[in-house]
Design a protein around this ligand. Structure first.
Ligand SMILES: [Zn+2]
Length: 117
């Protein structure tokens, strides 16, 4: 599968994280540029969102999945927490406000796992 640009290389310098990394490998996502950044670039940036490559790859699969395939795309509790945090950070960055639905979803659909783990 062809990797999308946002999770295949650093959006700042183009460095690739490598093909041999498993899904648990942690990366930093920079919302203003819409992709991951390498360790060197991350030292100069604030407000990075820590993510596991596996979560980004699952979200990437969801972008090209059919509606039927989406029902089989399951994220574990930790991946859900990471995806939720990334989604809300994107929304706040692009819309500029915190939606009431963010708090509502956090209260009514709690996801397990430690998002910073
Ligand atoms: Zn970089």
């Amino acid at each position: 599968m062809r990797r999308c640009a946002c999770c295949s290389s650093c959006v700042r310098c183009g460095r690739e994280p490598g093909d041999g990394l498993d899904g648990a490998h942690r990366v930093s996502f920079f919302v203003p540029d819409g992709g991951i950044v390498c360790r060197a670039c991350s030292l100069r940036l604030d407000d990075l969102v820590p993510m596991e490559l596996g979560t980004l790859r699952a979200l990437e699969r969801g972008l090209s999945a059919s509606t039927g395939e989406l029902t089989r795309l399951a994220l574990d509790a930790r991946a859900q927490a990471q995806a939720e945090r990334l989604l809300f950070r994107f929304q706040r960055f692009h819309v500029g406000v915190e939606l009431r639905s963010e708090r509502f979803l956090a209260e009514t659909v709690p996801v397990g796992g430690n998002p910073s783990a």
